[in-house]
Design a protein around this ligand. Structure first.
Ligand code: TXA
Ligand code: MG
Length: 333
């Protein structure tokens, strides 16, 4: 199969209507989309990604009115959060209606729903007139794609088409919260922080242990996705926590390695290096992280050392992706 790079929403909609897959841009990461109400089409997502069948998918909608078609109830707090953060990078988990096929939710009684803010994505959903099931458009386990070139790299020849869009402005996947539990529980951190959510609803929310702990140390796993290796390039990733000078001194004494560091470190490091943004810019780190994790493989070296700051408190979503990419392999200087 040849993978076509397309620009037309009409063409993308026709491919989806015929039960095939299209990779689509969103503000967070590129998604691998199928008609969420067509089980056979959704099955192809799992096959193409090599995704375990027990890892459920997010359903993407384009209008607020769509929500009640797919979920049994919308708790009051969730309604507040919809009004504040949708469209945008927030996914909420609700009790599902039976119209959502079981394959989408991996037989769970709940469905994850999100309304993306990127206009082209919402226009496509409206044009199709059906919701889109879409996980990140990477081969399972790899860093999520933030440009159509990343998608092509992973899925060329495996899907019908990629709807071309700009590079993703957020750069990491949506924040996932479970609004069926009291208090609300954060299952995956994203650009919208747990503090922003709890400030808005004037109530504490619980950050699930899986966000910053290895699941091998946990009793219960609430979001199936966290069980699997994720965000990993082929090169081994080791996180190194310290000041810029400590980090530079460490990597300058190592061989056969590439550094993934802050803008501020670049001039201190003598070997191969890639910056993932300024130490002081959470949004740049979120935006560049996955691209840099993909690029470390092109150096063909045995290890990539990623700088974690001991001076600045880093964003939880950045830390979560790095913990998982490294398998919680952290060296403190
Ligand atoms: O930003 C995003 O959320 C992107 C774009 C394409 O929208 N999508 C995305 O999907 O990241 P995916 O499949 O890569 O990650 C979805 C996460 C997984 O960890 C999955 O286990 C969890 O959400 N999830 C989905 N449905 C769930 C459910 N019903 N209950 C618990 N966790 C769920
Ligand atoms: Mg994913």
């Amino acid at each position: 199969m040849r993978t076509k790079l397309i620009c037309s929403i009409d063409e993308a909609s026709m491919i989806l209507e015929s039960g095939n897959l299209v990779a689509i841009p969103t503000e967070t990461v590129y998604g691998l989309a199928a008609d969420a109400l067509n089980s056979e089409a959704v099955k192809k997502i799992f096959q193409v990604k090599g995704r375990p069948a027990d890892n459920p998918l997010i359903v993407h909608i384009s209008e607020f009115e769509d929500l009640e078609k797919f979920v049994l109830e919308v708790p009051k707090k969730a309604e507040l959060l919809c009004n504040k953060f949708w469209p945008g990078p927030l996914t909420m988990i609700f009790k599902k209606k039976s119209i959502i096929p079981d394959i989408v939710t991996a037989n769970l009684g709940c469905v994850a729903i999100r309304m993306p803010s990127l206009e082209i994505t919402r226009k496509l959903i409206s044009k199709l007139g059906r919701p889109l099931a879409a996980p990140s458009a990477n081969i399972s386990g790899r860093p999520s794609p933030t440009s159509y070139a990343h998608v092509l790299n992973d899925l060329d020849g495996k899907i019908s088409a990629i709807l071309m869009g700009e590079d993703c402005s957020v750069g990491v996947e949506s924040t996932v919260i479970d609004v069926t539990s009291t208090p609300i529980r954060l299952l995956r951190p994203g650009k919208i922080s747990p503090e922003e959510i709890s400030d808005y609803i004037c109530e504490k929310i619980i950050v699930d242990d899986s966000v910053d702990h290895s699941v091998s140390n946990l009793k219960e796993v609430r979001s199936p996705g966290v069980k699997y290796k994720h965000y990993s390039p082929k090169t081994k990733i080791v996180l190194v926590k310290g000041t810029s000078h400590q980090f530079a001194q460490f990597v300058n004494s190592q061989y056969n390695c590439v550094s993934v560091c802050f803008e501020e470190d670049i001039s201190l490091i003598s070997g191969d290096k890639l910056s993932y943004g300024s130490m002081f810019s959470e949004s740049d780190q979120l935006k560049f992280l996955f691209d840099r994790l993909r690029r470390v493989d092109s150096f063909n070296l045995s290890v990539a050392y990623v700088h974690l700051s001991s001076e600045v408190k880093q964003n939880l979503a950045v830390l979560n992706r790095l913990f998982r990419a490294s398998g919680f392999n952290i060296l403190e200087l």
